[in-house]
Design a protein. Sequence first.
Length: 178
Amino acid sequence: MFERKTPDASPENKAPLLETVHPPEVVMMENHDAACHAWRERGLKDRILVHLDDHHDMGWIESSESLNIANYICPAIQENIVREFYWIVPDPRWVDPKEKAKIVRQVKRIVKGYPGRRPRVKVSGTVISPTILGWQLTVGPLASMPPAAWAMFSAVSACIAKPFPHQMGYRLPLCTAV
């Protein structure tokens, strides 16, 4: 628990001397799909998800029975745990036009894989932003994420892809803040 003084704590203002700020809980896991279970267990709803990974991990599934590391974000969307999703793809992939084109194609495949109306995939500079099932997906490098989103984000999913942890002799867990 963190404590900080309020700007004017004089007795005349009857302001409290200390205001309590609770830091987010951090849950570490190796298998990405465990993040969805952690979010459910805590009853999270209507959150902004910041996903730092080379892979989107949001493949469409009808039922949570087939939940795995490639699709664990889909149930979070279906269950209204996530209302807005920022997929932050590593910066080096945005520099090479061929790599950027691969990301655009991948986002189009994501949109096509979800049911309902197929929105146009908008590409503006290094930001790709379709709306799927009524929620906003924003894809881009770290620098493309608006500062306001960092101030409001509710959950983080992060994966360090290269060098691969097992190649470095240890296993790196996924971290999610809830």
